[in-house]
Every structure is written in structure tokens, then in C-alpha cells.
Design a protein around this ligand. Structure first.
Ligand SMILES: Nc1nc2c(c(=O)[nH]1)N[C@H]1C(S)=C(S)[C@@H](COP(=O)(O)O)O[C@H]1N2
Ligand SMILES: [Mo]
Length: 396
């Protein structure tokens, strides 16, 4: 049962994980891609759509919440097969040796993916390198071993669940059945827990994790129920009172960078225009309702953003139709996520704004004052804050 639960759950984790990777638009430009040597592993990449606007929020919320909820199932599954680690003789045939090798990658891969995922959600960046790179390559190793394991075991798992473990034992004992000892002990000790008790214990553990986790993906007041979500950064209340990823101070954005000397430079081809804050704020504004949805699983309900459409900014430098991609740069010096390339379909979506206000108030410094990007269905990491330069058509 644990195996079948993981079969379904891990499949969803894999698909939502690949979607999240596609949402970064890694094929678009080098600054979006932290795994430039991915080769064929990026075979499936596609242009990330801008609709539905809540798509990334849902998919990444499912990815992170489900990953956390599956932890008790994973641990119980590993616990239930511990005796098999010591099976004797350790290797009976070439096929058996290969299967055991795949188990090393399977158990190691599962541990690695769950551990790096949880650490990232908890904002513990203790990795030797980028989380994005580690979690992406780790996923492929894990899923390779996972597929091998499922091919070897699916039939037995189904028989064990449908007909009971004894039937599975007998089935396996038939001469041509897949070789290898099962999980039923030859001389069992008195059980300390019933099968039902074990399943209930794991189910209760998963349910408890669900209750104290999902609030961070729903956001708003539900965030208060997210007892396991990282705390310590209080966004306060009011129009700007929603979750903050990195504060201005934490990425070295100084008040003078976003003070009166701040400028917005817009470029396309040979043309260029430079706007002061007042000039930008005087341009016609649109209002859109969009969430912030971070790769780390937290998201906010829709916020009401006011700002200038990216297509209107492109028009300022002569791009009046078929707007191309845009390189967005912030005042942030160094560090990750200070700049991004947005795809043409994102620029052309009239809900994509350079926002200057949220929920009727000016952006707070921590939410990207004087101007930040909002794009429907894009991951939070593409919602660049403290924007100072937009270059349409770059980098080609
Ligand atoms: N310049 C800059 N913009 C940035 C970031 C950053 O580190 N630097 N973090 C991004 C990430 S990862 C997220 S999830 C969103 C969060 O936006 P918020 O802090 O306003 O909620 O901002 C994005 N914009
Ligand atoms: Mo993020």
C-alpha cells in the first residue's frame, strides 16, 4: 500500500517538478538557466504559457505540499523493507545485482530529493551549489531508478494489495515467478502493531503534515496555520502585508538605489528612453489581480497590482507590435534573481505589468519599490523587484 501511494505521489511530484523547471524558461536565455549542460534532460521544454494565471501557484503548491505529506509514507516504506537490506546471498544473478544497484539509486535518490526539497522550503541553503541544479539532476537519477523499481515490483504490489501478502508469497514461490524473497518473515516474532495500525499511524502523520503545511500555499490568514513554514519575517498588515521573499536590505538594495536618483531605462534596438519615478508614475496604469507564487511552495492570494503594461513600455521605444522578449534588470548588485529574461508571450500578455502599486498603495521597499514585474502564471522568481532597466529584444 505504501508503495502504491508513493507510485502515485512521486509521479505527481515528478510532473509538477518538470513543470516548475519549464516555468523558469531555461531555454530562453542563459540567465534563466542554471543547468546549461542539461542536454537531453531538457527535451520536453516548451514555451511557458501565461494562462491560467493561477497555474504555477497550483502546480507548485501541490509539488511542495504533496512532497511534505509523503514523508511519513516514504519513511514507513523504507522501514518496511529494512530486512531486505540484509538478504543473503547479497547477489544471486546479474539481474539481481542490477536490481540492487538500482535500489541504491532509488533510496539514495529519494532521500536526496526529499531532503534538498525540505531544506529549500525551509530556506536552509546549505547546499554545495544551487538548489535548482541539485534538485533537477537528482530528480532524473531518482526517477530512473524509480521506473526500474516499478517495472520489477508493480505486479507483486498489486497482488499483495488485492489478494493479501500470503497470495503474493505463493505467487512468487511459483517456479517462473520473479525471483527474490518477499517481505513476509519466515519466523515472525509477535507483532507489536497491526497492519491496520501501521497504515493508520502513517496516514495520521501525513494528515497532520497536510494540516500544518497547506496554509502556506493558500496564503492570507490561512498562513497562520502553516506551523512548519519558515517564520521570522513578518510582512505586517495593510496593502503590503503579504509574504516577502527577500527584503531590500537582505540583497543589498540601499535606500539611495531606489531614492530620487533612481531611473528606469527602456531600450529596444538603437532606441532608448530614461524615465524618472514621476515620469513613470504619470504613465497610464492598468490594474490586474495576480498572486505571487514562489518555487519554495508559499504563495499569496491574488493581489491587486497597478502599473504600466509591458507592451506600453515597449511602445515608448518604438516597438508597437509583436513585442519581443525582454531583459529585466534590477538595481540589485550580484546575487541570484536580480535579473531575468521574460518571453515574448509574457511581454505581450496585457496583464503583464511593471507594477508601481499594490492593493491601492505604493509598493513598499521590500515588495520592490519603485517598480517591479508581475506576470500571470510565472513563478515568483520572475517577478523581479527594484527594476531599473528593460531591454526589449535582448539577449538574442
Ligand atoms: N531583484 C530581485 N527581485 C526578486 C527577488 C530577488 O531576490 N531579487 N526574489 C524573487 C522571488 S524568488 C520571489 S518569490 C518574489 C517574491 O516577491 P515578494 O517578496 O514581493 O513577495 O520576488 C522575486 N523578485
Ligand atoms: Mo521565490
Amino acid at each position: 500500500m505504501f508503495g502504491l501511494a508513493l507510485l502515485c505521489g512521486v509521479s505527481v511530484l515528478f510532473v509538477t517538478g518538470l513543470l516548475s523547471y519549464a516555468a523558469y524558461d531555461p531555454d530562453l536565455a542563459r540567465i534563466n538557466d542554471q543547468t546549461p549542460d542539461k542536454g537531453v534532460l531538457g527535451f520536453y521544454l516548451f514555451t511557458w504559457p501565461t494562462s491560467p494565471y493561477w497555474g504555477y501557484r497550483l502546480s507548485q503548491g501541490v509539488h511542495v505540499t504533496l512532497g511534505i505529506v509523503l514523508i511519513p509514507v516514504l519513511l514507513a516504506k523504507l522501514w518496511s523493507v529494512i530486512p531486505r537490506l540484509f538478504e543473503w546471498p547479497p547477489v544471486r544473478s546479474v539481474g539481481h545485482a542490477l536490481e540492487r544497484l538500482s535500489l541504491l539509486l532509488l533510496v539514495g535518490g529519494a532521500g536526496f530529493e526529499f531532503a534538498t526539497g525540505v531544506l529549500n522550503v525551509q530556506l536552509h541553503y546549505v547546499f554545495p551549489g544551487s538548489f535548482y541544479v541539485l534538485h533537477f539532476y537528482g530528480a532524473w537519477v531518482f526517477i530512473g531508478a524509480f521506473v526500474v523499481h516499478v517495472v520489477f515490483r508493480l505486479r507483486r504490489a498489486v497482488i499483495a494489495v488485492v489478494k493479501g501478502p500470503r497470495a503474493e508469497e505463493q505467487h512468487r514461490a511459483r517456479p517462473l515467478a520473479t525471483a527474490g524473497p518477499g517481505l513476509v518473515a519466515p519466523r515472525p516474532a509477535e507483532p507489536t502493531m497491526s497492519r491496520r495500525g501501521a497504515v493508520l499511524l502513517v496516514g495520521a502523520g501525513s494528515a497532520a503534515l497536510l494540516v500544518v503545511t497547506m496554509g502556506q500555499s493558500i496564503g492570507g490568514w490561512m498562513r497562520r496555520t502553516a506551523l512548519l513554514a519558515p517564520h521570522g519575517q513578518d510582512p505586517g498588515s495593510g496593502p503590503n502585508g503579504f509574504q516577502i521573499n527577500k527584503t531590500a536590505a537582505s540583497v543589498g538594495v540601499r535606500p539611495s538605489d531606489i531614492g530620487p536618483s533612481w531611473r528606469l531605462t527602456v531600450r529596444a534596438g538603437g532606441r532608448k528612453t530614461v524615465l524618472t519615478r514621476d515620469e513613470l508614475y504619470a504613465l497610464p496604469r492598468r490594474t490586474v489581480e495576480l498572486p505571487i507564487a514562489c518555487v519554495e511552495g508559499w504563495s499569496t492570494p491574488d493581489q491587486r497590482w497597478g502599473g504600466v503594461r509591458l507592451v506600453d513600455l515597449a511602445a515608448l521605444v518604438g516597438v508597437t507590435h509583436d513585442a519581443p522578449r525582454v531583459l529585466v534588470e534590477s538595481v540589485q548588485r550580484g546575487g541570484s534573481f536580480g535579473s531575468v529574461v521574460l518571453a515574448a508571450n509574457q511581454v505581450r500578455d496585457t496583464r503583464s505589468l511593471l507594477a508601481v502599486e499594490v492593493n491601492g498603495a505604493a509598493l513598499s521597499p521590500d515588495h520592490g519599490y519603485p517598480a517591479r514585474i508581475v506576470v500571470p502564471n510565472a513563478p515568483g522568481v520572475h517577478h523581479t523587484k527594484w527594476v531599473t532597466r528593460l531591454t526589449f529584444g535582448e539577449p538574442t
